[in-house]
Design a protein around this ligand. Structure first.
Ligand SMILES: N[C@@H](CCC(=O)N[C@@H](CS)C(=O)NCC(=O)O)C(=O)O
Length: 219
């Protein structure tokens, strides 16, 4: 059956996988997961990924959760010469470092998205927002050191980070005064990457929902 991806459009880590798959021209089968109705908790799903998260990938006998593990695997296996994940150990280490940074960004992103979208708790959002802003400050610093997140070229690190940043921009949470380099980087990648389309629908959907919920809870 080839590569199968289990996910949903809105999820940032799923969109990182969609972006990478499109970037390397990978043909895969997409399975939408009905998360609201326990789609990640079925016995079949838990067998593939006991952590019950999307994205989950299946490729033959290999089942993987964790978006960063999935995107590095896909390039290693299906596009080993791609500049998205350089072979040089030092260059690759820089990309890996930023991918680990993105894991923290993801946690801090969820820290603001969850209370706005699910528990509708404005106080929790306000408590968690400074942690997200700290991650953004660090990213702003990274983008002062090089043109892209892990160096001069666009790599997996850019794509992993991009899905969070585009969502925050749509949500109105990416002020240009505080984070001008992040805003400029986002605008450039949105127009430069021919495969960026894989991120648009989900990013608009989730960013729009965050913006709307914040406005309602703040009213
Ligand atoms: N670190 C994970 C995060 C994945 C994650 O949190 N996915 C959410 C959707 S955005 C999910 O599946 N939540 C359902 C659950 O945890 O049961 C990754 O990068 O893949």
């Amino acid at each position: 059956m080839g590569v199968e991806i289990f996910g949903v459009q809105g999820s940032p880590p799923c969109r990182a996988v969609f972006l990478v798959a499109k970037a390397i021209g990978l043909d895969y089968t997409y399975h939408w997961v009905d998360m609201k109705n326990g789609g990640t908790r079925t016995p079949e799903f838990l067998k593939m990924n006991p952590a019950h998260t999307v994205p989950t990938m299946k490729d033959g006998d290999l089942c993987l959760g964790e978006s960063k593990a999935i995107i590095t695997y896909l390039v290693n296996k299906y596009a080993p010469d791609s500049e998205l994940y350089p072979k040089d150990p030092a260059e690759r280490a820089k990309v890996d470092q930023r991918l680990h940074f993105d894991s923290g960004l993801n946690v801090n992103f969820r820290g603001i998205a969850f209370p706005l979208l699910f528990t509708k708790n404005l106080e929790e959002y306000k408590k968690n927002k400074p942690k997200l802003d700290e991650s953004l400050d660090l990213l702003e610093t990274f983008l002062g050191l090089s043109k892209n997140v892990a160096g001069e070229k666009v790599t997996l690190a850019d794509l992993a980070v991009l899905v969070h940043i585009s969502t925050l921009a749509t949500a109105g949470l990416l002020g240009n005064d505080r984070w001008p380099r992040i805003n400029a980087w986002l605008t450039r990648l949105q127009s430069e990457l021919p495969y960026y389309t894989a991120n648009v629908e989900g990013s608009n959907m989730l960013g729009g929902a965050i913006k709307e919920s914040l406005a309602q809870l703040s009213a």
